[in-house]
Design a protein around this ligand. Structure first.
Ligand code: GLP
Length: 244
């Protein structure tokens, strides 16, 4: 779906999330959301905050799982995704922080496999993700599933692509300060969500969106795996859609 601009697109995605939460609330059910970081979802979160403050949308019975976190990363560091999510969403809504899950950036390396397995099991224990929102990196990554990721991959420790680290350099004050690794949900984890929305804005995403939507399905561009799913929607602004 192509919108004239990222504002209208973001409001529409936020409305879908709000409708899902309200629909499940009316049945006494918990909503399980898969959340993303980066600049792309910021306006969606801003709209969800507005819906909470102005229209009484409650997140009291919402459970969230974030896609990824840098490794290593202290949760209170300015660049951590924990910090990002608190600033952009969680500090402004009525979510119970016990219901928030973000991969832990402070584990010892040997603790990571068990942590990743437990993350998958925790998602399953809540009945799986109702909706996963995604951005896309210029390498074609979703979450931090870089080129080479397998379609059935699970939550795991990955090595970040050089381009991804260059794109993050601004946040860290130089590429050399960007962690070389991250913990990310896998492609297989993302695919299990009952609904997936990938968002992209601006001309700088047009090239990778063309590859993701029209390119050959390949591990070289992990977002092309989304072509294999019948419950994925790409929500784009006109610039990001301009090469389609
Ligand atoms: C990071 C995140 C991704 C995100 C990507 C794009 O790599 N781990 O989940 O999609 O950045 O970021 P942006 O939305 O800022 O373009």
């Amino acid at each position: 779906t192509v919108y004239p601009d990222s504002g209208s697109a973001s409001r529409s995605v936020a409305k879908r999330i709000a409708d899902l939460i309200r629909r499940k609330q009316s049945k006494g059910e918990t909503t399980v959301l898969g959340l993303a970081t980066g600049a792309t979802p910021v306006k969606v979160y801003a709209e969800l905050i507005r819906l909470h403050k102005e229209e009484g949308l409650s997140f009291a019975d919402v459970v969230t799982f974030n896609l990824d976190e840098y490794y290593p990363m202290q949760p209170d560091a300015a660049q951590s995704y924990v910090h990002f999510m608190k600033e952009q969403l969680f500090n402004h809504i009525d979510i119970d922080m016990n219901n928030v899950h973000i991969p832990t950036g402070t584990l010892a390396q040997e603790e990571i496999p068990a942590f990743c397995l437990a993350y998958e099991q925790k998602i399953s224990s809540f009945g799986g993700l109702d909706l996963q929102i995604l951005g896309i990196g210029r390498t074609g990554h979703i979450g931090f599933n870089e080129p080479g990721s397998a379609p059935n991959s699970g939550t795991r420790l990955v090595t970040l692509d050089d381009l991804t680290r260059r794109d993050a350099a601004h946040d860290f004050g130089g590429k050399e300060k960007v962690p070389t690794k991250a913990i990310t949900m896998g492609i297989g984890t993302i695919f299990k969500a009952r609904e997936i929305i990938l968002m992209a804005w601006n001309r700088k995403k047009a090239g990778i969106i063309k590859k993701a939507v029209e390119g050959e399905i390949s591990s070289e561009v992990p977002a092309t795996y989304l072509q294999l799913s019948d419950h994925v929607e790409f929500v784009l602004d006109e610039e990001a859609a301009s090469e389609l």
